[in-house]
Design a protein around this ligand. Structure first.
Ligand SMILES: [Zn+2]
Length: 227
């Protein structure tokens, strides 16, 4: 057996959905009794679609039927006031008095933010090294040139064009690899886009972009929902 919850304006989720872009019976979540099994979300041929956030990129993806977990972020309809977004675990809370309590959701957002800040710190350090590297790159260049020349001079048979070829290949390759390791810009941009997508108020009717201060205290300054 499993718990099946129909989501929508006339769905049987415990919290009210009145957003105009959500269908009367928009989607369905199936929760197996066995906690080790995954949940399933199904779109019930809704007009505006059912979306689940991709954990890697933070982007919302339209789904028809998909396995999810408690902390999957779901959106019924469009990404504006007509749609409705919430973490899947929210459908489990049965007590209307707890309507503004979002402990699991805030804990999740906090953990993700902490991880991102750690990554940012690491990348900042790397950027400092990179700045130093840029400042002294002429010196590194000269040293490399000297080392390569010394190395090549041992082999007296080398023609001058071959010497140049090896010299510039090694120099260029070395600089490129070093530069690449120090930059890692792509991974930072990805992490930033993801954390921006995640830092949203978990309250289905709010979806405010949470500033770091809200995340730190565990309370949305717009709707008042809290840990
Ligand atoms: Zn809010």
């Amino acid at each position: 057996m499993a718990t099946v919850i129909t989501l929508g304006r006339e769905g049987d989720q415990w919290f009210k959905i009145s957003n105009s872009g959500v269908g009367r019976e928009h989607a369905r979540i199936t929760i197996p009794d066995n906690p080790s099994e995954q949940w399933i979300i199904e779109d019930l041929k809704s007009k505006n679609g059912t979306f689940v956030r991709d954990e890697e990129s933070g982007k919302m993806q339209r789904v028809s039927k998909m396995k999810i977990n408690e902390m999957s972020y779901v959106r019924l309809g469009l990404p504006d006031v007509t749609g409705c977004s919430f973490y899947a675990c929210h459908v489990l809370k049965q007590n209307a008095q707890n309507a503004l309590r979002y402990k699991a959701e805030f804990t999740y957002i906090r953990q993700e933010m902490e991880q991102f800040l750690k990554l940012e710190e690491k990348l900042k350090k790397r950027r400092n090294i990179k700045d130093k590297f840029n400042r002294y790159s002429w010196l590194i260049f000269l040293v490399l040139l000297f080392v390569i020349d010394e190395f090549l001079e041992i082999k007296e048979t080398n023609s001058m064009s071959f010497v140049r070829f090896v010299r510039y290949t090694m120099l260029g390759g070395g600089m490129f690899v070093f530069d690449y390791i120090l930059n890692k810009r792509d991974s930072y941009e990805q992490a930033k886009a993801r954390i921006n997508a995640i830092s949203l108020c978990p309250n289905p009717g709010c979806n405010k972009k949470l500033p770091q201060s809200d995340i730190a205290v565990g309370k949305c300054s717009k709707c008042g929902c809290t840990i």
